[in-house]
Design a protein around this ligand. Sequence first.
Ligand code: CA
Length: 222
Amino acid sequence: MRLLLVEDDALISRDVAAVLEKNGYLVDLETNGEEAWFLGDTEEYSVAILDLGLPGMDGLSILKRWRENERNFPVLILTARGNWSERVEGIDAGADDYLVKPFQMEELLARLRAIVRRTAGQASPIISTTRLRLDTRLKSLTVDGCPVDLSPLEYRCLLYLALNRARVVSQMELTEQLYAQDFERDSNSVEVLIARMRRKLGVGIIKTKRGFGYTLEAGEAS
Ligand code: CA
């Protein structure tokens, strides 16, 4: 999942980016406010972490401009201790959650998982369809009740399809969400990945809509 991390404190951003990457996020790190605004306005992100005090343009202005422009990805703001009015203003400006510095990485990760889920209309950490059960806390999967081992990349791909299962996800969108650099973005990569996942998951789970992209088997668990 592509994540925009906007933080001008080099120590915090380096540590946070490292942990996020270890947890499977593709991180674009930006330290300047104006550049960050531009990235969020033009690139497709699944979620953003936004510090409020930034050079160039402050975080609240960035957030307001994104929302005015219907950039609706979930945003978690980072705020200074004790500054409750800043948090209120941030939430009113369109933030989905906030965290007060200094924070624990585990809490940041849990909050990110939650806002990404909720944005997809998924309140529970367990995503169930008729045949799949994906536990986003344990990163585990069962198909028709049988556990299936997925690589980290396969898990991220399935999670993205599961969170967006109400629609068809194009090959280009999946490529952007799963592969960091342009040089990794071979147009075949996603096809090869999906073929490998289909062998693990069995037929009928990941469907191809010719000319449009991929979708997961429909239907909620009863
Ligand atoms: Ca700052």
